[in-house]
Design a protein around this ligand. Sequence first.
Ligand code: BTN
Length: 269
Amino acid sequence: MNRLDAAVIRQSIHPDTERRLEELEVFAEIDSTNTYLLQLPGPPPGMFRVVAADHQTAGRGRRGRRWVSPPGAGLYLSVAYSFAKYPQGLPALTLAIGIAVIDALDEFGVSGVSLKWPNDLVLDNAKLGGLLTEMQHEGRAAITVVAGVGLNVELPESHNVGLDSEWAQRATDLRQRVEVLPAKESLAASVVDEIAKTLADFERSGFACFAERWPSIDWLLGKDVLVEDEQRTIKGMAAGVDTDGALLVRIDNGQRCRVISGSIRLAGA
Ligand code: BTN
């Protein structure tokens, strides 16, 4: 297995991003790149801190799920960024980060990736990766977000992705899509560059400047879904997202419900 090389990632990062990169660390093994960054003080506003690893022993997914992260099988990377003040529509940030990762993949000829609201990267109706965006803001004026990206690059044959998810029964990886896999360092650098641009745009104008792109990458759009959260179960048709990134579900009486969290399944799946 080729180990990730921090110096090579740095060389591949765009100079505009590099100027705002406070620190970039690579670990052969770590519990979770998100957990690691959440334990550190946030970077100064406008600056980034990036951590990547070859292997995570306690990778985490949305809603307390595990993200199984075997050595060398995926890209496991997190970016910490501090906003000077609470940005407009912060809950929609995960969607914008998803668009950033989709754009990074496109640079390597991996097109047609969509996002299953709010954080699943989907290719050929199977899960290619996931996003985990977490906040760290206790007692400070600035708010630090940690955006974690897990991408399946080359899963072992026998790999049960262990997503513990009722939806993602099927996983896919980049190996199934491209003949020559990109170097993980190049992939990491592009993901960091795109996330850096996205965070700057989001800081300026929130989700508004991403909303136009959303319908073209919205995997759920027009599908019949079941949404479950602690309080309720909603059955209806996914109808895009609201201006703040909440999922819209059209129910039988024509009413549209807003969903801000919960697990989303395809009805009948
Ligand atoms: C999900 O699909 O529920 C989200 C998966 C996110 C996984 C990434 S891997 C890098 C970062 N560190 C973690 O522990 N999780 C995220």
